[in-house]
Structure formats: structure tokens, C-alpha cells
Design a protein around this ligand. Structure first.
Ligand code: HGY
Ligand code: MN
Ligand code: MN
Length: 391
């Protein structure tokens, strides 16, 4: 299945993936999902927010066990972040069907829309709308670099923008959610283990900084006459690294937009997005506040915030014992990466995550990789976890 997906949205120059939400590639990936569900005779539903659910059994009769992830990617992302969880979900169902397993409760495969927020800037749009932590009004007004709003894009994709919103009926279908994901870090490779279980998702957020100046000629404007926004922007980037080190967090500026972007002119506006994450919310907030103070005159707006997620301990330990063994449970480790499972957990849906070893730990890069044997170990572990939860 990973091979079947490998050509969709791949940039031949880099082997990186560009799979923006609701792009042609995303629509192709959604068609692939529908085909896989149909091949297995699963009952496919697209919920009001565009998330896909493929059920074995009817969750409206009794809440079921759902497993899955996302298919969209960051720009120039890797092949595993997201798709590994969706592919492993279908593969785990195949393992159970081949064992003539009859689930005691409905078993579903989920594919959340727009997890990365690569196009509209907010991560986990599908799960945040589903759980109500993102309002339809805010979501529909989100705008991409071409000036298209999510409302425009949904309409073009044949969806109704007015349908968006918290979806208690769909939430009610999910008694427990398990997301398998390639590890985005070196925890498992350093432990020498193929599969792990998430203990927590560290708090993290995204802030937009707008530095305004005065556009002017690069050759004829004296230095003392300049109001160049590139300078406070540059100071903020360097200060972000210092502040992160001081507060024991991580801070990244990976996206900027210089307007109008002439090589021979002082820019009028520099926008920069700060991604800051840490073990403790107060450390992240303190670092961002410092940067806001330093960037006086800049407009700073919080684009998304995800509080700490501590996964349900009983479920976590049950999953670790089943994914590993009673004698040697799978290792339990935190992550600095956000996931739909974290959004569901924060909304009160018992959730767990399985990680599959990433030999280099590299992610959000074409270099992201997972060994086939580890991917298969992940499927076997997920199948055992689903079997246990479906009793
Ligand atoms: O950015 C994240 O933490 C996740 O990969 N969406
Ligand atoms: Mn990601
Ligand atoms: Mn992901």
C-alpha cells in the first residue's frame, strides 16, 4: 500500500511530498482511501468536516474502536508521517480478518483531513473541527498563500462549508482511538526497540510575527533613512534560539514571507512564523512573551496552541503490554510532535499512540524513513492492540 501511494504528490527533484489539504494530491489520496475501504467491504463515511471513516460494523449501534492517522503532508515531507498510520490500520484489519477474528465491537479506520496545516496554517484542522476546539467561522476564514479561503477550497472540492462544526454523532462512534505513527525522533532507535507507545504530547504552538517597515529603493535610500523590517525580523530569529536555550524549549522559524520581495528594494513587510514547543507550557509561554517584547512594533498573533496531552495511563499501559509482552512491554515515551490522537484525547476520547522506529529520527523531510521489518512489527502490534480492545 505504501508503494501504491509513493507517486502521489512526490516531487521528483527531491523525492519529498507536497500533499496540501484539498489539493489534487490530497483528493487522489482520498480516492485511494475510498478504494481500500471498498475493497475490504468497509462502510465508508465522510463526516461533516471532511474526515474519512471506514467501519467494519456499525458504530451508530455501539461505539467502536477506531485507528488511523492522516494522509496530508508538510511541504517536502516524508513518505511515512501520516500514511504509515493509515496503511498500518488497513493492514492490521487484514491481519485480523485473516485470523477469522470477529470484532466484538465496530472497528474503524480513520483518515483525518489537514493534520499538518501546511496550506492554511493551523494543524489538525479535521480533528479540531470534529471536537469543536476550532470554530467553523475561524476555519472557513483561513487563507492560503494564493488568497483562497478554506471555504472557497471546500466549495471547489464539492463540500459544503456550512456543514463544518463539532460533530457529536461522529465523536460518539469512537469509544477508543489508536494512532500508529512513525516516530519523529530517536527514542526507539536509541532503545533498540521497533515499537513504542506514547506517554504524552508536549505543549506546542504557532505564532505569526508581522514586521512592518517602509518599502524603498535598495540603491538610493541612505541607511539612516531606512525603516527596514528585515532587521527586527533577523534579531527575532537569533533571539528565538537564545530564548529557547534559556527556557529549555525548542523554537523554530521555518516559514517567512517577505513582501513585496524585490531584490532591489527594502521590503515593506516581513512575516515570520514561530513554532515553539517544550515540556512545560509556562516555559513555552515565557519564551514567546520575551520574543514579543523584543519585537516591539511587530504584530504578534497566536495561530494555534496545543496544551500538553497526557495519554490515559491505564490504556497506555494496556497497549504497551499488548504491543510488547507482559514480560517486556513496549517502551513508553513522550513526543514533541502533535497528532490527531492528541486532539481526540484532549476532547475526552480515550486515545493511545503506537510509534514505529525511525532509524535516523528525521521527519518533516524527504529523508524520513522506516525499515520495512519495523513497519511490519508495527502492524502486528497494532493488530494485537485492536484485537484486545475489540473483545
Ligand atoms: O507539527 C507537528 O507536530 C505534527 O507533525 N503535525
Ligand atoms: Mn507531521
Ligand atoms: Mn503526522
Amino acid at each position: 500500500m505504501l508503494d501504491e501511494l509513493s507517486h502521489i504528490g512526490r516531487d521528483p527533484a527531491t523525492n519529498g511530498y507536497i500533499r496540501d489539504a484539498w489539493s489534487v494530491s490530497d483528493l487522489e489520496l482520498r480516492e485511494w482511501f475510498r478504494g481500500e475501504a471498498a475493497r475490504r467491504g468497509l462502510d465508508l463515511r465522510e463526516d461533516r468536516n471532511g474526515n474519512l471513516w471506514a467501519w467494519w460494523g456499525d458504530p451508530s449501534r455501539a461505539p467502536g474502536v477506531a485507528t488511523g492517522s492522516h494522509l496530508d503532508s508538510v511541504r517536502q515531507g516524508g513518505a511515512y508521517d501520516g500514511p504509515l498510520g493509515v496503511v498500518s490500520a488497513f493492514a492490521a484489519l487484514d491481519v485480523l480478518k485473516n485470523r477469522d477474528f470477529r470484532p466484538g465491537r465496530p472497528l474503524g479506520v480513520a483518515c483525518f483531513t489537514d493534520e499538518e496545516g501546511a496550506r492554511f496554517g493551523v494543524p489538525c484542522v479535521g480533528s479540531r473541527l470534529l471536537t469543536g476546539v476550532l470554530t467553523p467561522e475561524r476555519a472557513l476564514a483561513l487563507t492560503d498563500d494564493d488568497g483562497d479561503t478554506l471555504a472557497d477550497v471546500l466549495t471547489r472540492a464539492g463540500r459544503s462549508p456550512r456543514a463544518l462544526g463539532r460533530d457529536d454523532e461522529t465523536l460518539g462512534h469512537v469509544a477508543v482511538f489508536v494512532e500508529l505513527h512513525v516516530e519523529q525522533g530517536r527514542g526507539l532507535v536509541d532503545l533498540g526497540r521497533p515499537v513504542g507507545v506514547a506517554s504524552a504530547i508536549r505543549p506546542h504552538g504557532r505564532w505569526r510575527f508581522d514586521f512592518r517597515g517602509q518599502a524603498n529603493h535598495a540603491g538610493t535610500t541612505r541607511l539612516e533613512d531606512r525603516d527596514d523590517p528585515m532587521l527586527p525580523f533577523a534579531r527575532m530569529v537569533l533571539a528565538a534560539r537564545e530564548s529557547a536555550a534559556k527556557h529549555g524549549i525548542v523554537a523554530t522559524v521555518g516559514r517567512t514571507r517577505v513582501s513585496p520581495g524585490n531584490a532591489n528594494a527594502v521590503p515593506g513587510l516581513v512575516s515570520a512564523w514561530l513554532d515553539a514547543r517544550g515540556a512545560r507550557e509556562e516555559d513555552v509561554r515565557a519564551a514567546v512573551a520575551e520574543l514579543g517584547d523584543l519585537a516591539e512594533g511587530a504584530r504578534v498573533s497566536e495561530e494555534s496552541w496545543t496544551p500538553v496531552v497526557d495519554f490515559d495511563v491505564t490504556l497506555r499501559d494496556r497497549v504497551a503490554a499488548v504491543a510488547g509482552s507482559e514480560e517486556e512491554p513496549s517502551p513508553v515515551l513522550p513526543t514533541g510532535a502533535g497528532h490527531d490522537a492528541g486532539i481526540l484525547a484532549s476532547a475526552g476520547v480515550p486515545s493511545a499512540m503506537l510509534f514505529v522506529r525511525n532509524p535516523t529520527g528525521v521527519s518533516h523531510s524527504p529523508a524520513e524513513h522506516a525499515e520495512r521489518a519495523d513497519c511490519e512489527a508495527g502492524v502486528v502490534a497494532l493488530a494485537s492492540v485492536l484485537e484486545d480492545l475489540c473483545r
